[in-house]
Design a protein around this ligand. Structure first.
Ligand code: LAG
Ligand code: CA
Length: 489
């Protein structure tokens, strides 16, 4: 379904990429609940291949399933269950990254060349053998009979058949049209639902047939009624990259939940990274460029774990521009928003911070006195950056209120979230100062962007709103101001 299944005023998801279950449980309790984060997208929890590549274990081993047992680099089943319970208890939902399009890359076999599995299951992915006893899957469960080769670059324009039935970068492609494959996938999803997860990010959604996906997901159990209430359906977001001109379209997935709107981060990058016109962002919503569907159809984000590694989008490596991009997204009323939270990487394949060989046990984040993550721990934790975490509060406070009072000049935009918040961005080279209509009730408000409300006082700037909703606001060159009901003194 497209319903987020978060608490009503917590409409931001954070992707805690490669975090361990024990660390996520603590993060829900110690941090996320206080800033209005509603859900965590976690790395794939199933058993996966393990590889030693130049004395590191790449992050992408998580996208090569060996079985659906809950034993991964992030932790075991007991730790996963404990995390789900503890996060739910403080009102933070868990969204599982479900990798069900494929298994390991062709040609790999447990025990060969140092390849192993994160649990105890055996596997043999050699061509024509294709055996995964931990599920179990046999060679007849794969699409080799339809397409015995890799997806080619030109297939993306020309052939939905190839995109869905051939191998994605050599990954053994499952046939979701088969009954036993559907049952195995469904068993995995229902097990996670019984533990208490709220839904799924379906990996490689583009590479599976919507009709098969419909058959599988209609079989999902309702969410646990003791946590979510009666008759609630699992949230689903489908990983579909469709930026126009492709054989597979995001619109093909609309009946199945939401899709990952890559056009959103691209549009924001166009303005913020490549010096486009900020006024263009005032149209970002349904119908803006190709692929921007209705509010309830989209999961919007600035970057994800794939395109932060070279997708021309704004990422943590862009510093203040990243603050601006995420801040705009969280202020603007469109879609369900996801904040990326990364570990620092120098090369694309680099795995998360770890103790190194032979087990590459992940080492968790440590924290600075200002609640950001220590750079020395290797974790970037964009979700804890002061400006970003404050804007999550803004989004919580403005949930459900429409954009109003749009006022723009070249590279200057301002808008209200009717009755609940006000945002202004000044990317001109000179100060912007004037009376703005904020739509807010009379009172004093702290600017989220420069520090927010701390112990009933402003850590940064303070603005006074008059009885008629107006406020004289000064925005420095290159700065942003955001005030909301959650930053009212
Ligand atoms: C996704 N979304 O649809 C993930 O977001 C993306 O991160 C996954 O690719 C992809 N689909 C498949 O789940 C990642 C890496 C790939 C990696 C793959 C499997 O971006 O680079 O491929 O996970 O681990 C790796 C090697 C390839 C090799 C392949 C098979 O990089 O060279 O051909 O494994 O052995
Ligand atoms: Ca496929």
């Amino acid at each position: 379904g497209d319903k987020t299944q978060t608490l009503p005023d917590r409409q931001t998801m954070v992707h805690l990429f490669e975090w361990k279950w024990t660390d996520i449980a603590k993060e829900c309790e110690n941090f996320l609940q206080y800033y209005g984060y509603g859900a965590v997208q976690v790395s794939p929890p199933m058993e996966h291949i393990v590889i030693n590549q130049n004395n590191d274990m790449p992050w992408w081993v998580r996208y090569q399933p060996v079985s659906y047992q809950l034993s991964s680099r992030s932790g075991n089943e007991a730790e996963f269950t404990d995390m789900v319970q503890r996060c739910n208890k403080v009102g933070v939902r868990i969204i599982v990254d479900a990798v069900v399009n494929h298994m390991v890359g062709i040609g790999q076999k447990k025990g060969d060349g140092g390849e192993g599995s994160s649990g105890s299951s055996d596997f043999d992915g050699r061509h024509g053998i294709e055996s995964f006893p931990g599920v179990p899957y046999t060679k007849d469960d794969f699409n080799d009979f339809r397409c015995d080769g890799d997806i080619q670059g030109s297939d993306y324009q020309n052939s939905a058949e190839h995109v869905k039935n051939c191998r994605l970068v050599g990954l053994l492609d499952l046939n979701q049209g088969k009954d036993n494959v559907r049952k195995a996938i469904l068993g995995y999803l229902n097990k996670l639902i019984s533990i208490g997860v709220a839904g799924f990010r379906f990996d490689a959604g583009k590479h599976m047939w919507p009709a098969d996906l419909m058959a599988i997901t209609t079989g999902m159990d309702n969410l646990r009624s003791d946590i979510f209430g009666a008759n609630q359906r699992p949230f689903a977001v489908w990983e579909v990259i469709d930026q126009g001109g492709e054989a597979v379209k995001c619109a093909d997935y609309l009946g199945l939940g939401r899709y990952t709107n890559f056009n959103y981060g691209a549009a924001v990058a166009q303005v913020i990274k490549y010096n486009g016109d900020w006024r263009a962002l005032m149209n970002l919503g349904p119908g803006y460029n190709y692929g921007n569907e209705e509010d309830h159809d989209v999961l919007n984000f600035i970057d994800n774990h794939d395109n932060q590694r070279g997708g021309g989008v704004v990422t943590y490596k862009d510093g203040e521009n990243y603050n601006r991009a995420v801040t705009f997204m969280l202020a603007w009323a469109y879609g369900y928003t996801r904040v990326m939270s990364s570990f620092d990487f120098k090369i694309s394949d680099q795995g998360p911070p770890s103790k190194g060989p032979p087990n590459f046990e992940t080492t968790g984040p440590t924290f600075n006195p200002d609640d950001t993550c220590s750079a020395a721990s290797g974790w970037v934790c964009e979700h804890r950056w002061p400006k970003i975490r404050e804007m999550v509060k803004f989004r919580s406070a403005t949930q459900g209120s429409a954009v109003a009072e749009i006022f723009t000049e070249t590279q200057r935009v301002s808008f209200a979230r009717d009755g609940k918040g006000f945002f202004a961005s000044n990317m001109q080279g000179s100060t912007w100062a004037k009376f703005f209509q904020t739509t807010l009730p009379v009172g004093d408000y702290c600017d989220h962007y420069s520090g927010g409300l701390v112990n009933n006082n402003c850590a940064g700037k303070k603005f006074t709103v008059a009885a008629d909703g107006t406020s004289y606001i000064t925005i420095n060159a290159g700065d942003i101001v955001a005030i909301s009901m959650s930053s009212k003194i």
